[in-house]
Design a protein around this ligand. Structure first.
Ligand SMILES: [Zn+2]
Length: 404
C-alpha cells in the first residue's frame, strides 16, 4: 500500500502553518479546509490569522473550494467600517464518503456527508469475512446506500474499511481470536477498491475510531491524544501533533498486550498478564460468567447491576495504570475512553479509576481532564471508517512538503 510508505515519514510538531510556495498548493488547500472545518463559520481574515498564509493565497483557495462545492459562503457580516466579511463553513453536501465496519459476525455500512453525519446505515450478518468473500457484499451495500440517500456517485470521496486487523505476518495478535486474518495483505485493499470502483483505505478499528473522533468528535481541537478503544480486546488510536501515529510496522497502539501483571492470566498471544485480560469486554464477560445471575454485558441498559459494578471495581485500577503509562511515554493532552462497551460501563470505569496515579499528566493548569469519555456505541467504528477518506482529503500532511 502506497499509504504505508507515506505513513512512515517523520511526524510534525504541533502547529500547522501554511506556506506560500506554488508547489505546496495541495498542502495549503488542506490547511485552509482543515481551518474551516475546525473553526467554521470563519472569515478569510480569521483564516489568515490562524494559518500565516497571505490574503491572496487564502482568497484563491477559498474561491476554489467554494467552486468545488466543499465550502459554503454565509451572509456577509458588517463589522466596523471596513468591507463586510463573509463567513465560510464546510458544505455538508459537498461530498460523501462510505464506511464499512467488518467484524467476525457482521458488516455495518454507512454513508456520511462531509461533516461526518450519517445519511444511511445498513447492517448484514457475516461469518469471519475475508477480503474476497466480503467484496461483493460491500459493493451491494454501497449501491443500496447510495441509492437510498440519492447521492451522486461522482461526489463520493472513497471508502474506508475498519476492522480488527494487525499488520505483518507473525504479529502477535494475528493469532488471537480478536482479529480477522487476510486483511493485512496489500492485495486486500486493491481487491476491495476494484469491487467498489472507489479509492479504499483499510485501517484497524481503534485507529479508525480515533480518526473519527479527531475529525468530528470531542477531539476536534485536540492535537495529541490517545483514544482507548474497549471492545472484545483493548486497542488504542494515538494522535501526536495532529497526525495519527502508526509506528514502524503500523501496529502502534496495540496496548492490550502490554504486560501489567507479571505471571498473571494467560493470554492467547502467548504471554501472561496482558492488559486486555483485565480491561476488555472479553475480560468482563469472563468475570460475569463466574457470577451467578449476572446479566450479559450486551443486555446492559441504564443502571449497572451489582456484578458489573464488581467487575468495574476490579478493572478500574488497570485503567488507571494504563493512563499512567501512556502519559509517561507520550505526554498527550488527554486520554479518551470509548469503544463498543455500554456507555454506563465506560463512565463507571472512568469514575472508579480516580484518583489517577501521579505522572507528568498531573501538571497544574490543565485545560482538559487527564481521562475523559470518547465516542461509544455500535456505530463508533463504522463512522470512523467513513471519516478515513474525508480525513485524507482535509488533514494537512507534512509528507507532501517533504517530498519536494
Ligand atoms: Zn497478550
Amino acid at each position: 500500500m502506497a499509504r504505508r510508505e507515506a505513513d512512515r515519514t517523520p511526524q510534525p510538531s504541533r502547529s500547522v502553518a501554511g506556506t506560500n510556495l506554488e508547489f505546496t498548493r495541495s498542502h495549503n488547500r488542506r490547511v485552509v479546509l482543515d481551518t474551516i472545518r475546525r473553526l467554521g463559520p470563519v472569515s478569510r481574515a480569521e483564516i489568515a490569522r490562524e494559518t500565516a498564509l497571505t490574503n491572496q493565497t487564502i482568497s484563491n483557495i477559498v474561491e476554489e473550494l467554494e467552486q468545488a462545492g466543499f465550502v459554503l459562503a454565509g451572509e456577509p457580516k458588517r463589522e466596523g467600517r471596513g468591507q463586510p466579511s463573509i463567513p465560510y463553513a464546510i458544505n455538508p453536501e459537498g461530498a460523501w464518503s462510505l464506511g464499512f465496519h467488518v467484524d467476525h459476525s457482521a458488516i455495518i455500512a454507512a454513508l456520511v456527508d462531509l461533516t461526518g453525519k450519517p445519511v444511511a446505515i445498513r447492517e448484514i450478518p457475516a461469518q469471519r469475512p475475508s477480503p474476497r468473500s466480503a467484496a461483493p457484499a460491500l459493493r451491494q451495500l454501497a449501491d443500496e446506500l447510495i441509492e437510498e440517500a440519492g447521492v451522486p456517485a461522482s461526489r463520493l470521496l472513497g471508502a474506508g474499511v475498519a476492522l480488527p486487523v494487525r499488520f505483518g505476518v507473525g504479529a502477535i495478535t494475528t493469532a488471537g481470536p480478536t482479529t480477522l486474518p487476510g486483511w493485512d495483505d496489500p492485495d486486500a485493499r486493491q481487491h476491495i477498491a476494484e469491487a467498489l470502483e472507489q479509492p479504499v483505505q483499510i485501517e484497524n478499528d481503534a485507529m479508525a475510531a480515533a480518526i473519527g473522533e479527531r475529525l468530528h468528535g470531542v477531539a476536534r481541537a485536540i492535537d495529541s491524544f490517545v483514544f482507548l478503544f474497549l471492545d472484545e480486546g483493548l486497542g488504542a488510536g494515538v494522535f501526536l501533533g495532529g497526525q495519527p501515529w502508526r509506528g514502524a510496522s503500523l501496529n502502534a497502539g496495540e496496548i492490550g498486550h502490554m504486560i501489567v501483571a507479571p505471571n498473571g492470566k494467560p493470554c492467547p498471544c502467548g504471554n501472561r498478564g496482558c492488559l486486555e485480560r483485565y480491561l476488555s469486554l472479553s475480560a468482563a464477560q469472563e468475570f460475569l460468567a463466574d457470577q451467578p445471575g449476572a446479566p450479559a454485558l450486551s443486555e446492559l441498559d441504564g443502571a449497572l447491576s451489582a456484578p458489573v459494578e464488581r467487575w468495574v471495581t476490579e478493572a478500574a485500577p488497570y485503567l488507571a495504570g494504563a493512563v499512567n503509562i501512556l502519559e509517561s511515554t507520550l505526554d498527550p493532552e488527554t486520554i479518551l475512553l470509548g469503544g463498543l462497551a455500554p456507555a454506563g460501563v465506560l463512565a463507571s470505569l472512568i469514575e472508579k479509576a480516580m484518583p489517577l496515579p501521579m505522572s507528568v499528566g498531573s501538571r497544574s493548569g490543565r485545560s482538559l481532564p487527564r481521562l475523559m469519555a470518547g465516542s461509544v456505541g455500535h456505530h463508533t467504528v463504522v463512522l470512523g471508517a467513513a471519516s478515513l477518506p474525508i480525513f485524507d482529503e482535509i488533514n494537512p500532511r507534512f509528507d507532501v512538503l517533504l517530498k519536494h
